[in-house]
Ligand binder design. Structure first.
Ligand code: FES
Length: 159
């Protein structure tokens, strides 16, 4: 049985829109999922080839949206919401605690490739601030004091 290639799947997306450029967002999402959670030069070329656009066009779209990653992320992605509800409940202290615990600045990835730390806009859990998404799973009511335990738990996880 033949398996659809990336190109074939992008053609299916492309068929849903009158203009192939309109399929760039779902095609980039697909590429990011297939390329280990980020968009490499190769990923941009594949999307561009499949949609008959340029890699530069794809990059211009991807670089605008926070959901696209232009650098290889760590094995664990830690995203601290820094929007208003979380900010008033101590998000900045949570961010600082992660920076201290991981030896990283926000936006960075640890040298061993284990952790990426970033801040994000509201992720829909305002009533349970501060919200931290760890590998896309939300942790609620996180306080700075919880951070060492979260990091320890993640360090214990086997790759
Ligand atoms: S403001 Fe943080 S989840 Fe909404």
């Amino acid at each position: 049985m033949a398996t659809d290639t990336f190109y074939d799947r992008v053609q299916e997306l492309r068929a849903e829109y009158p203009d192939p450029r309109s399929a760039v967002m779902p095609a980039l999402q697909l590429a990011q999922a297939e390329h280990g959670g980020w968009l490499s030069e190769e990923a941009f070329r594949e999307v561009a080839d499949a949609l008959d656009v340029t890699p530069a066009f794809c990059l211009s779209i991807a670089s605008f949206y926070d959901m696209f990653r232009l650098e290889r992320p760590g094995r664990h992605m830690i995203e601290v919401c820094s929007n208003v509800s979380c900010a008033v409940r101590g998000a900045q202290q949570v961010v600082r605690a992660f920076e201290r615990e991981l030896g990283l600045e926000t936006g960075g990835t640890s040298d061993d490739g284990e952790f990426t730390l970033r801040t994000v806009e509201c992720i829909g859990g305002c009533g349970w601030a501060t919200v931290v998404a760890v590998n896309n799973r939300h942790r609620l009511n996180v306080q700075a004091a919880d951070v060492p335990g979260i990091v320890e738990e993640l360090r214990r996880e086997q790759p």
